[in-house]
Design a binder for this molecule. Sequence first.
Ligand code: ADP
Ligand code: MG
Length: 370
Amino acid sequence: MTQSLRQPSRVQITDLRKDYGTKVALSGVSLVVEPGTFTVLLGPSGSGKTTLLRCLAGIEQPTSGTITIADKVVAGPAGNVGPERRNLSMVFQDYALWPHLTVRRNIAFPLKSSTLSKVERASRVGDMLERVGIAHLADRYPNELSGGEQQRVALARALCAHVGLVLFDEPLSNLDADRRDQLRIEIATLTRDAGVTAVYITHDQSEAFALADRVGVLRNGELVQYTRPEKIYRHPKSAFVARFTGVAGEFPVTRVREVGEKRVEVQLPFAPHMFIEATKSENSPYDKDPHLFVRAAGVTLHAATSPEGASGVIRDVAYNGRGYEHVVEVGAKESLTKVYSADRFERGDCVKVLFDPVSCFVMNAQEEEV
Ligand code: ADP
Ligand code: MG
């Protein structure tokens, strides 16, 4: 084995399909992960995330399509390369540590077949124990550790192997909220320091945006958008992507008027006397049942005396450590959530709501079924 080899792998997936009997778990999935980048695949439960990761790992064989890792075709018409020959390691939701081995020996496990000397191996394991902050746990067994500690061991084991690609399957979902944030930061920094390529799957959009150089959104086994997080946030390709990556509100539009190549003005039922400027989606039409999708960052609150904006009433307010998040009722049934303001507005206050066109999109609410 070439354990000294530590180049991050380039990953290319082309037209991947996976059927389980009559169930299509993945279809038409194509994407490229550039070496040394961190890609997060985001999607609801059942969208095919784990299936995709298992196909990458070699635990599952695709029905058709090809997967190339570091210039080697590992799955394709010519057959499948076994998981142990793909130069990758994996971090699972349930840690998957060897219960009969100490922390130190768990981490050293992937080096068993390496050509490193005993001294080199011990030094690499010692270094990794330090870096992941678990040196004091080295001689314990997995059942003597908390969930967060076990996941640190799994991370150390994955990075110690000096592979070109690390795969993460929802590694934080079994941890408490405070542990989750801490370990997420460690995964981001240690993985990047190690210079490996990372593919990470989650159903949590805040986790995806915090970690990713590239975000891919999966829906019913299809990759519906794959790009930089900023682009997903600013230019969601469809109503599904917008909703799944977080909107403060979504409203049916009564009238749309074009005002430029990228902009439209819309009228909303609760503000019939004003036009709100919004961004046209590049790929999604607004010809059938157009809705306005508003990101939380695109809404500002102003005093009721402000001459501009739509009228609203504060229904709820919560302190979030930096300022206040409000729920604002803007129509008989319509409201906006997570509206941030550095100033606190009180429940029952009348306000004016202003919309920033770059964070408002108009798209059909119902998408063509793919
Ligand atoms: P996710 O990880 O996004 O929740 P999965 O990849 O686990 O999604 O599953 C995708 C779809 O494939 C789901 O509908 C799931 O029920 C189905 N599926 C996954 N594994 C199997 C299997 N071994 N046999 C049959 N159906 C499966
Ligand atoms: Mg899964």
